[in-house]
Design a protein around this ligand. Structure first.
Ligand code: B16
Ligand code: MG
Length: 217
């Protein structure tokens, strides 16, 4: 399948444009340690692209007791405070290799670019790394009810770009995100942890290695 009719590229944020994945891990780890809940990097892999409350649900699978809804809200709020503190130190240096070059290349070819992220902290992250004005549209966790693998965030991004889903390519590092793209009728480029996802139409180790000339041919 070629990408000759791709008119817009929707980028996932965490793990594709910026290295916030380690901040998520450290914030969840601190909260889990304080609660005496076992949590490691392998479990953390299951949280990629998944919303904050759904991520908490996965972490609580290892809890020794049941938590009430109120307690769950409070744990999620605590984790987010740790996370917001950590992302306060992000700078342009945390933009992943190849991201800026890719954005420049796509703009030059007249391709529209958007963010499609599950994160409610998307505006803070974009501001921290100096990319607030780099996208034609931003769809994030603040504008949706269902997170990946539901296609809602990508369908919103496509609508904001004024493009039908079939003309959009999604770049994702999470299996849940690749599934969301396909469910929304879009093609996906799998990178990082999703580089081997068979549901993606294109694959690359990272954005730095993605061949957009080939993808858009
Ligand atoms: P927040 P993405 C996702 O971002 C992260 O991969 C996931 O780990 C996180 O739980 C989710 O955002 C929600 O983030 O707590 O900041 O709202 O990969 O969709 O850009
Ligand atoms: Mg991601």
């Amino acid at each position: 399948m070629t990408g000759e009719d791709i008119r817009g590229v929707i980028f996932d944020l965490d793990g594709v444009i910026v290295t916030t994945d380690d901040c998520h891990y450290r914030a969840w780890k601190r909260m889990a340690d304080e609660e005496g809940i076992y949590f490691d990097r392998q479990i953390n892999e299951r949280l990629r692209g998944v919303s904050r409350m759904e991520s908490l649900g996965i972490i609580l699978e290892r809890a020794q007791r049941a938590y009430s809804e109120e307690e769950k809200q409070s744990l999620a709020t605590r984790k987010n405070a740790y996370y917001v503190d950590l992302i306060g130190s992000l700078t342009e240096a945390d933009i992943l290799p190849g991201a800026l070059e890719t954005l420049r290349y796509l703009k030059q070819r007249g391709i529209k670019v958007a963010i499609g992220s599950s994160s409610k902290n998307t505006p803070i992250i974009l501001r921290q790394v100096g990319l607030t004005d780099a996208f034609d549209a931003v769809a994030d966790g603040n504008g949706i009810t269902h997170s990946k693998p539901d296609p809602e965030v990508f369908l919103l991004a496509a609508r904001l770009l004024g493009l039908p889903p079939a003309k959009c390519l999604v770049v994702e590092d999470a299996d849940a995100g690749v599934e969301a793209a396909v469910a929304g009728g879009m093609r996906a480029l799998g990178v990082g942890a999703a580089a081997a996802n068979p549901k993606a139409s294109f694959h690359a180790h990272s954005l730095a290695e993605a061949d957009f000339e080939m993808i858009l041919r």
